[in-house]
Ligand binder design. Structure first.
Ligand SMILES: [Cu+2]
Length: 177
């Protein structure tokens, strides 16, 4: 009897380990994340840029598992001279972008997505074109949790891009600043 229990336990443990490795491997292939205190920084990414481009956008999902709200206040990227936080909103059918000066709040037990058509990081003064399949390092700084090193993955030029959030819009936006 105890032999049977031992054998099924071993089988169970092996199965558990196998599924863990499988999940971990699959996860690593498609996403990446960074932990900072109560915050989970999920899959920072950007888009490939045409040669000569001076700006790019950065996106990321931030989850807050804590009981206190936090605030994304600034960011850096090794490929950009500076990084601003922008907000995109549609007013009377016209999409506009504006710099966010007081940061982006991540609610307690909540999450915020920086994504095309919404909040995004504006990578300004690009030092080099961003190539699809590549990556670059940066940092995200939060009011309470502090600063985390992150890696941005560079996806294709049109990746998850809704109309109105293309590269030209960013260029126009920059001219208007
Ligand atoms: Cu922008």
């Amino acid at each position: 009897m105890s032999n049977l229990i031992r054998r099924s336990f071993t089988a169970f443990a092996a199965l558990f380990l196998a599924s863990f490795i499988l999940i971990f491997a699959a996860h690593g292939a498609f996403a990446h994340e960074f932990k900072l205190g109560a915050l989970e920084i999920i899959h920072p990414w950007s888009r490939a840029t045409p040669g000569g481009a001076k700006v790019a956008a950065g996106y990321v999902v931030i989850k807050n598992g804590g009981a206190e709200p936090d605030r994304l206040v600034s960011a850096t990227a090794e490929v950009a001279g500076r990084v601003a936080i922008h907000e995109m909103a549609t007013t009377n059918g016209v999409a506009t972008m504006r710099p966010v000066t007081d940061g982006v709040v991540i609610p307690a037990h909540g999450e915020i997505a920086l994504k095309p058509g919404s909040y995004h990081l504006m990578l300004e003064d690009l030092k080099q074109p961003l190539k699809e399949g590549g990556s670059f390092k940066g940092t995200l700084t939060f009011e309470k949790a502090g600063t985390s090193d992150v890696t941005f993955f560079v996806e294709s030029m049109g990746a998850k891009a809704p109309a109105g959030e293309g590269h030209e819009d960013h260029m126009d936006h920059m001219k208007g600043m």
